[in-house]
Unconditional design. Structure first.
Length: 343
């Protein structure tokens, strides 16, 4: 069964309803290049045509692996990467400045063995950098043919709207997509981000549709701590007995039962839920192994009935994110003096 295609926002490009994330390829997840390439090829053969990576994933090694995998197949893929995260030690090799963007894109193109990117994403907002500076640099990259489109990731609703207005008022190219966190356990974006994306015709490619593994069935209440590739990078977030995760474990028990009743796996229930939202273009799956990829591919054909969707709403209400850390974006901490008027 092949994976259906969906429009990528209003660009006219068609992408597969599942995207392949490559954050797990490289020392941070699967250090075996040949195995990672085998997973990428299997995904392409199954009909996935959108690949997502980032310069910061294993400090460039994920991009290197993707570049090797796409030798001879580059034109079949809508290739997306990101900038913003810290690369190496130089404090200016990070962020959203024109200076770094112009340098970072060249590094990504070299590692990805291509002369252009299809989508270049701002990995996170940078409150201290004028957003128009970032949009200006990205617009220049479009005009120079280095990138076809640009998008954002984990942006708050206000910044998504600001990007659209800046493009219109300052003659910049338009942001065409947003990559937010979205899963049954992290539904915060249903309040504003997804409706805004629909209003402006943005493509939406959610990350962590399985909540980083919580929705695979391996984390169970009263069960043993499962092995996870993430514990070391994000202490506590994948710890089964941490109080911050208690609500997630309760939800998983109810969702696993619901999936059983519906006759599908918890993984398919979770991915089909994200696919069902009308704002969503393609959830980005993040397999670390070949078997993990296989467990997810058929989800694109799974549709949830209205009854099952209603039951999910009872377990995790619309707009609710059970653990604040799963929201992805934390607004900057307030300076204690913020409410003092200058004397
Ligand atoms: N823009 C952003 O800020 C951002 C943030 C995160 C991710 N992303 C993108 O989104 C992609 C997906 O994110 P994600 O990796 O967090 O997605 P996810 O699907 O929520 O989680 C993937 C993890 O689930 C576990 N898993 C998957 N299938 C499994 C199975 N059959 N059995 C047991 N465990 C299974 C694996 O954990 P183990 O490795 O522990 O086995 C795997 O690493 C990434 O590759 C990246 O491209 C973007």
């Amino acid at each position: 069964m092949s994976i259906p295609l969906r429009p990528f926002g209003r660009t006219g490009v068609k992408v597969s309803a599942l995207a392949l994330g490559t954050m797990m390829f490289g020392p941070r997840g699967n250090p075996d290049h040949d195995d990672s390439i085998r997973i990428i090829h299997r995904a392409l053969d199954a009909g996935i045509n959108l690949i997502d990576t980032a310069d910061v994933y294993s400090q460039g090694e994920s991009e290197t692996i993707v570049g090797k995998a796409l030798e001879g197949r580059r034109d079949d893929v809508f290739l997306a990467t990101k900038f913003h995260g810290q690369i190496g030690d130089d404090p200016n090799h990070a962020g959203n400045s024109r200076r770094w963007i112009i340098r970072a894109v060249e590094d990504s193109l070299r590692r990805l063995r291509t002369d252009h990117l299809d989508l270049y994403q701002v990995h996170r907002p940078e409150p201290d950098t004028d957003f128009d500076e970032t949009l200006g640099a990205l617009s220049d990259l479009v005009r120079h043919g280095k990138i076809r489109y640009f998008g954002t990731s984990t942006f708050p609703p206000s910044a998504i709207v600001e990007g659209q207005w800046l493009a219109e008022r300052r003659g910049r190219e338009r942001v065409v997509s947003e990559q937010p966190p979205y899963s049954i356990l992290a539904r915060g974006v249903e309040r504003e981000v997804l409706p805004i994306a629909q209003k402006y015709g943005l493509a939406v490619i959610p990350w962590s549709p399985l909540a980083g593994g919580w929705l695979t069935g391996k984390f169970r209440k009263g069960g043993a701590q499962p092995p996870t590739s993430r514990g070391a990078h994000q202490p506590g977030r994948f710890q089964i007995d941490a109080p911050e995760n208690a609500a997630k474990l309760d939800a998983v028990e109810a969702l696993a039962q619901l999936a059983d009743q519906a006759g599908i796996s918890l993984i398919h229930l979770a991915l089909a839920f994200v696919l069902e939202h009308p704002a969503v273009t393609a959830p980005i799956i993040g397999p670390r192994t070949f078997e993990q990829l296989e467990s997810q591919l058929d989800a694109a054909q799974t549709r949830l009935t209205p009854d099952v969707l209603d039951e999910i709403d009872k377990i995790v209400p619309p707009g609710v994110t059970l653990s604040a850390r799963d929201q992805g974006y934390q607004p900057p901490a307030l300076d204690p003096s913020h409410r003092r008027r200058p004397a």
